[in-house]
Design a protein around this ligand. Structure first.
Ligand SMILES: NC(=O)c1ccc[n+]([C@@H]2O[C@H](COP(=O)([O-])OP(=O)(O)OC[C@H]3O[C@@H](n4cnc5c(N)ncnc54)[C@H](O)[C@@H]3O)[C@@H](O)[C@H]2O)c1
Length: 318
């Protein structure tokens, strides 16, 4: 069996999940893991038995790895991803693709010119609960779509993000915009965002975002770091039926003509594992991924416009 040679750049909290997945794939040879933190590299050696570790990601880029996963902090995505594409690697970079839309589109162009795959960590495209509801939307089970109500909450975790100035809009909204697009096939026409800084006084931790879409569809997103429970829910409301998706444990309940819900049978899957497999499959077959750079760039653009709406206290027409 020919193994695909892979490198991982960024082995923190989420990056070690990529390392774990690749280490367990029979058709993958995980050549290198890079992180600027020696502690994280030590942890990869101990937990996943990784031999080649480095604090300089150029070691990964100059190796004969065909593909790299980039899971570094958001502000480094552009620099590392650009260098990886220039070194001729296929790249899967975590969301958000970049912080600036122009940088995101530069990466899309670079991938196209060098004929390499640029995939973005829009994980929920690989969540079986979301996928099942997407099929229902396509089969007109809901009739006309009225609106999507999305709730993405968790408690702020200072032990994980001790002094990070992590913007909740940048952190969470790429997933939500991606899910909106994935389920409806559409992008918003306008965005209105209202937010508050309850925990830290200078950076919002809670926001409500309303978007109008073509076809009379509305979305309402609640994102917050103030609630104790991890909630990742999407309600789909249509003229004929409604559904509640609980994305964390992959449960879907549908409501038709009554308030008596019916659970749909979902075969729970390993979303990150399936995302990485689809990336590797696209490399070996020369095909494409659904979570491509264009989707990533468009969500970066929408994140920027959401922040603009919040800062300027007005609706942004796109
Ligand atoms: N798709 C998802 O559901 C999902 C979930 C969690 C995190 N993420 C994304 O993953 C990324 C990392 O998040 P995290 O929670 O693991 O953060 P983290 O801070 O735990 O990890 C980031 C790691 O990158 C390393 N790093 C920074 N610059 C580097 C460089 N130049 N070379 C090598 N390593 C470098 C840091 O040392 C750190 O270990 C973020 O972009 C985040 O948005 C995505």
């Amino acid at each position: 069996m020919i193994k695909i040679k892979v490198g991982v750049i960024g082995a923190g909290r989420w990056g070690q999940k990529h390392v774990d997945e690749y280490s367990n794939m029979k058709d993958v040879e995980l050549l290198w893991v890079s992180d600027i933190s020696e502690d994280n590299l030590k942890s990869c050696k101990e937990k996943f038995n990784i031999k080649n570790v480095t604090t300089d990601y150029n070691d990964v880029l100059s190796s004969d790895a065909e593909a790299v996963s980039i899971i570094t902090s958001n502000e480094t995505h552009f620099e590392v991803c650009k260098a990886a594409l220039q070194a001729g690697k296929h790249v899967l970079v975590e969301k958000p693709l970049t912080l600036q839309p122009k940088n995101a589109y530069e990466l899309v162009d670079l991938a196209e010119q060098s004929n390499k795959i640029l995939a973005v960590g829009h994980l929920f495209r690989y969540n079986n609960a979301i996928n099942e509801v997407k099929k229902l939307v396509e089969n007109k089970f809901f009739g006309d779509l009225y609106y999507l109500r999305m709730q993405w909450t968790i408690q702020w975790m200072p032990e994980i993000y001790p002094d990070k100035k992590l913007d909740i809009i940048v952190d969470m909204m790429p997933h939500l915009y991606d899910i909106m697009n994935y389920l409806t096939g559409l992008w918003p026409k306008n965005i209105t965002c209202f937010g508050k800084a309850f925990i830290k006084k200078d950076l919002e931790d809670t926001a409500f975002i309303i978007c109008e879409f073509p076809n009379n569809i509305i979305t309402h997103s609640e994102i917050s770091w103030t609630l104790p429970e991890k909630v990742r829910e999407v309600d789909v409301i249509g003229s004929k039926a409604c559904a509640k998706i609980q994305a964390v444990n992959q449960k879907v309940t549908v409501f038709e003509n009554s308030n008596e819900g019916r659970k749909i049978n979902i075969k729970e899957n390993n979303t990150l594992g399936d995302e990485l497999k689809s990336f590797l499959e696209a490399i070996s077959k020369g095909s494409t991924v659904s979570n491509d750079g264009i989707i990533g760039a468009k969500t970066v653009e929408l994140v920027e416009q959401t922040r603009k709406s919040l800062n300027q206290n007005k609706t942004i027409i796109l």
